[in-house]
Design a binder for this molecule. Structure first.
Ligand SMILES: Nc1nc2c(ncn2[C@@H]2O[C@H](COP(=O)(O)OP(=O)(O)OP(=O)(O)O)[C@@H](O)[C@H]2O)c(=O)[nH]1
Ligand SMILES: [Mg+2]
Length: 541
């Protein structure tokens, strides 16, 4: 009795998971979608999880400088003036980069701003070499592009200085009559003197000619300027900037005339790189739709995503990713794929809605279109309750076409209708897709290898043009009135495009049209959505 009273008096509690524990990638098994879970598909505006998301940042990285060589001499009983035994300086720490699966945002990197590898320790007496500086590994999400903005390489600067000095000498030698003793500035920055030495010793000591040195691993650095397209998980880190070489101890400078050199070399300075990081999300499916079309609701109904839903435009302000698990609950794939790695899951990217002229940077569109550029399959989300869905679809294609044109100067256009479909549902039990359709999958973008080239850089990712990607239409809000006829028109139009009777909506005659579907769904009721994973697996298998 007391128990039931307690239940009655308790306020309605909504289970909230701490934000930090929610992964950015939400996972869900599409088989588990059932009508009983409906409240999460039409949630109140405050029922969503916040993600910290950053898809761009600029970071300055400093490789560590080398430690200085040591000036030291053996001191033992009965050996008054022992031979030099100064150790070499340790080399500076290097900066490496690696893509890691599971990371989804650059916000941690952006927060760091400046990344420094530590410097090498100085050499010591008794021929003790200095300790190496600690390396730094920058971990980024798969799909990150790294571009160099600026660099300051002390070794390159020194080499350039030596070259200009040599040219000057050559010129002097040509005009022999004007020959004067060339003034060589004292290089405090390149030499270390014996501890007890005066600064004036710099003027009296005759330093040997020295060329700046690099660590051997510097040969693995990517070619300047750096451009890396890290589209695959990497099992080994890639070197970005090698630390400065350590300075040599005084034994290295022994000559026949100078048995006890009282100087050693300073370590080379570490390189500074200013890098732009940009994350291009690599999802299998990109949802393309106008604001308020119902993309986020669709993502929620397919996955466990807690993305925000609201009956206003621009509810979604940053890309969201959901993962749909399609295994048999034991990690085994449900769809067998011949000759390829079997897929047990696929990812869906929900980006902010595209307004008209999004390619001219209206709305929020342009910044996020690049995420769609990389999706393997495009899902056009068209709201059946908001006017003519065919025009809606064509407008979306036009925006994508214009964006593609910005990228690679491609022509685009529009089109019309033709075709067949049966529609006999009034809200529930939406029709099954004909399994004989959606067979061809040859057009899927090939896996891009992340093989490192000889110069250490990665090959540039070659993306197929947007109009060549497989696509389908998700006709949402099919539970609302007057949507059946619109859906019918839309499917007729797609059949006409497939048969070549109507122009491809991208305006490209070679646009992908192997099997075009419009899937009618009511994402809010969770109806019809289970057909999407089936269709996607047909494409991915
Ligand atoms: N009746 C009905 N309403 C839906 C359906 N799907 C979404 N809605 C409603 O449409 C409105 C917009 O849904 P969202 O999922 O936030 O739309 P969106 O495309 O993500 O919008 P933006 O993030 O602004 O681009 C919400 O009020 C949803 O409840 C559906 O299948 N049926
Ligand atoms: Mg949204």
């Amino acid at each position: 009795m007391a128990h039931s009273r307690l239940l009655l008096t308790l306020p309605k509690c909504r289970c909230r998971v701490p934000t930090a524990s929610i992964p950015f990638i939400a996972r869900g098994r599409w088989q588990s979608t059932n009508a009983a879970d409906l409240p999460h598909l039409n949630p109140p505006p405050d029922d969503y999880s916040r993600f910290i998301f950053q898809d761009k940042c600029r970071v300055t990285v400093h490789a560590g400088s080398g430690g200085h060589g040591c000036v030291s001499f053996l001191r033992e009983k009965f050996i008054e003036e022992g031979p030099p035994n100064g150790g070499d300086g340790g080399s500076g720490g290097s900066i490496y980069i690696q893509t890691v699966e599971g990371l989804t945002s650059l916000h941690k990197l952006a927060r760091r701003g400046v990344i420094r590898a530590s410097r090498g320790r100085n050499g010591q007496g008794k021929s003790k070499g200095g300790k190496r500086g600690n390396d730094v590994l920058i971990q980024v999400p798969v799909g990150t592009v790294v571009r160099e903005v600026d660099r300051d390489d002390p070794v390159a600067n020194e080499l350039a200085r030596l070259k200009s000095e040599r040219l000057l000498r050559q010129q002097e030698a040509e005009n022999e009559e004007e020959t004067t003793e060339m003034f060589t500035p004292v290089r405090h920055d390149r030499w270390v003197l014996y501890p007890g030495a005066n600064p004036s010793n710099f003027l009296t000591v005759k330093f040997p000619r020295s060329r700046p040195r690099r660590q051997h691993i510097a040969a693995m650095e990517p070619q300047a300027p750096i451009f890396l397209d890290l589209s695959q998980p990497m099992d080994k880190p890639l070197l970005l900037a090698a630390g400065g070489a350590g300075g040599m101890g005084n034994p290295h400078f022994v000559t026949r005339n100078m048995g006890r050199p009282e100087f050693a070399a300073r370590g080379e300075g570490g390189m500074r790189l200013e890098l732009d990081f940009e994350l291009k999300i690599l999802a299998d499916i990109g949802l393309v739709g106008k604001p308020n079309a119902g993309k986020s609701t669709l993502l929620r109904s397919l996955t466990n995503s807690r993305t925000r839903i609201g009956n206003w435009e621009f509810t979604t302000l940053s890309p969201q990713i959901g993962t749909v698990i399609v295994d048999d609950y034991k990690g085994r794939p449900l769809v067998e794929s011949k000759g390829k790695i079997p897929r047990t899951h696929f990812t869906i990217a929900d980006i902010p809605g595209l307004v008209e002229d999004a390619h001219l940077d209206r709305g929020l569109g342009l910044g996020f279109l690049r995420h769609i550029e990389r999706a393997g399959i495009l899902a056009f989300v068209v709201d059946l309750s908001a006017g003519d869905p065919i025009q809606g679809l064509q407008k979306l294609w036009r925006e994508l076409g214009e964006y593609g044109r910005l990228d690679e100067a491609e022509p685009v256009d529009e089109s019309e209708d033709g075709g067949v479909i049966e529609w006999d549902t009034s809200g529930s039990g939406l029709p099954e897709l004909d399994p004989s359709r959606g067979r061809r999958r040859s057009e899927l973008p090939a896996e891009t290898p992340t093989t490192v080239r000889k110069d250490g850089s990665l090959p540039r990712l070659t993306l197929p043009p947007i109009h060549k990607k497989p696509w389908f239409v998700v006709a949402t809000k099919a539970d609302l009135e007057n949507t059946q006829d619109r859906y019918k028109d839309l499917q007729e139009y797609l059949t006409a495009v497939e048969k070549g009777l109507a122009e491809h909506p991208s305006g490209h005659a070679d646009g992908w049209k192997e099997s075009l579907h419009a899937v009618p769904v009511s994402a809010m009721r969770g109806e019809g959505v289970s057909r999407i994973p089936k269709l996607v697996m047909e494409f991915l298998a």
